[in-house]
Design a protein around this ligand. Sequence first.
Ligand SMILES: Nc1ncnc2c1ncn2[C@@H]1O[C@H](COP(=O)(O)OP(=O)(O)OP(=O)(O)O)[C@@H](O)[C@H]1O
Length: 402
Amino acid sequence: MIEAFGLTKRYGAKTAVYNLTFQVKPGMVTGFLGPNGSGKSTTMRMILGLDSPTEGIVTVNGLPYRRLDNAPRQVGALLDAKAIHGGRSAYHHLLCLAQLSGIPARRVHEVLGVVGLQDVARKRSQGFSLGMGQRLGIAAALLGDPQVLLFDEPVNGLDPEGILWIRNLMRRLASEGRTVFVSSHLMSEMALTADHLIVIGRGQLMADMSVKDFIAHNSADFALVRTPDTEPGQREKLTAVLTGAGGAVRPEPDGALRVAGLPLPRISDLAHEAGVRLWELSPHSASLEEAYMRLTQGAVDYRSTEDPRSGFPAGAPAGYAVPPQGALPGAPGVPGAPGTWAPPQGAPQPGYAPGPGRPVVPGQANPYAVPPQQPSAPPAAPGDAAAPSPADPTQRDSEDAR
Ligand SMILES: Nc1ncnc2c1ncn2[C@@H]1O[C@H](COP(=O)(O)OP(=O)(O)OP(=O)(O)O)[C@@H](O)[C@H]1O
């Protein structure tokens, strides 16, 4: 059992965690959710005695971590999977940890098997992929066969198979009666893994309830209603009618209306009576992810803004400029249709910008342009639509530990 009472942590003027009181009970997986910078890692560090609370207290099995007798046998944690001596093999890394806590060497073999790293156990961990590093961190957490386990973002960098494996592992550990506390940004993942949720925003408690209750409170049904785009007055008319009938109506960014509190046949009848034509009337359920976003939207520290692309023309988003129709061999003749043409492989064209998202400015020297290799190819025409972005260069680490 983990118990926090009035837990507060300040770093100078910054309050990272404020007055948190909660319990993490044994026999279940408790998800610890919050946006970036909301104080999850700080809370976990305080639980593990790596940071001292400014105010309040947090205990594990009734005592602050630093007062626990042979703490690694009672509490296991994955905090930062990269915090490993890269020159050591997985086996030696775990053996060192085991020796420090009086854990027998045979346990190292056991946990290597549990996390599926037995075949690479003698390899230096600096060559490990992100997923292998996570597995090694989890092996270290399991080493002392502890009753209490903390995992900070354990699915980071894992592929779908790895995520499923972690989910099953957490559930199994909880079913053995252990206390399992897992932080994540991903509501959707926690909905599948956790029994209970603790949600924080800007360091403060926002929800502490079972996943079942969270779903019951937050996944309200609603209807999406769309009137003809060509008749904007219809949308306003329908909004007034539905609101008057007791519906909660909210405009969606794409022009549809989101209507809660009225059944679909009633919406249809009301629209018919008001003489409003409908292009769409469809049932929906708010996802848990949406409910979580709604809950925490006032507590998000980092918000993106639109990219105004000042000085760049509209319609040339990807760094390719489509030349005039028929100008290049192999280009299908679809003039000006974005996303229908890609340059032939191995033949960069004028105006090609290496890397996604670098637009081309017609009439200006393109600072990213590769010098033309085919002098006969014509320059990009101003206002031409762009072809699709180059392939996403990001690639997942291969997960060779399995
Ligand atoms: N050592 C520190 N010194 C100063 N500020 C800190 C320190 N550690 C954390 N913070 C600040 O405290 C706040 C909470 O950080 P924390 O890392 O606990 O959040 P988090 O929820 O784990 O974020 P993420 O999901 O991005 O990992 C942040 O604003 C962070 O910048």
